[in-house]
Design a binder for this molecule. Structure first.
Ligand SMILES: O=C([O-])CC(=O)C(=O)O
Length: 191
């Protein structure tokens, strides 16, 4: 398998014959290759594999970037605040405690994330407006979908360590996601 995977978009313009490959779709390194090339880091725990509990949403199937964390519970005001700030190719990890009782991310927030340059969003919880999210040029991972919105009380903490499926993740670490899985790394990885 090649080290680099890409997710080209093809122009629908009738006169254009060549596929248009958007630079924003040159995706991240393949998680399989990263695991194979960084076996020592995996052994040491500097690279961890998240348990395969997340569903894949969003137009961008593969993404990577430095992590920003936020810990909330059934309240997404802090999520909106972060997504309204420049993403600069980073990945937002929302630890929603795994709640199955409401959605922490919907179509509006995914659109904002796309416009603000976030590479991806991982939700330890639920999302809604799945069809809209799937149309946004951002990668999304979440446990499930739920039609109900969350509270708006602004309770939670930004930039704190979070525990996702038993893996402790710190702000500033790196996330790599593709169709095969999700890696968390203390540092930026190479093949
Ligand atoms: O605002 C929310 O609670 C989530 C939502 O529906 C959206 O992002 O469209």
């Amino acid at each position: 398998m090649k080290a680099l995977v890409s997710w080209p978009t093809f122009s629908s313009h009738p006169r254009r014959k060549e596929p248009q490959i958007s630079l924003r779709h040159i995706a991240s390194l393949a998680t399989t290759e990263l695991c194979d090339s960084n076996a020592l880091l995996l052994t040491k725990g500097d690279v961890r594999v998240l348990p395969p509990i997340f569903n894949i949403y969003g137009h961008r199937r593969a993404f990577s970037g430095p992590i920003v964390t936020v810990k909330v519970f059934e309240d997404n005001v802090l999520v909106r605040e972060l997504l309204e700030s420049p993403g600069d190719g980073r990945v937002l990890i929302i630890d929603g405690g795994g709640s199955m009782r409401c959605a922490l991310l919907g179509g509006n927030l995914a659109q904002i994330a796309q416009n603000m340059g976030w590479a991806g969003i991982l939700v330890n919880g639920c999302i809604r407006d799945v069809d809209e999210i799937n149309g946004c040029d951002v990668g999304v991972r979440a446990l499930a979908s739920h039609p109900q919105k969350s509270y708006k009380k602004r309770v939670g903490e930004k930039h704190v360590p979070v525990n996702i499926g038993g893996i402790i993740i710190h702000d500033g670490e790196w996330l790599y996601a593709d169709s095969d899985g999700i890696l968390i790394s203390k540092t930026e990885l190479s093949i």
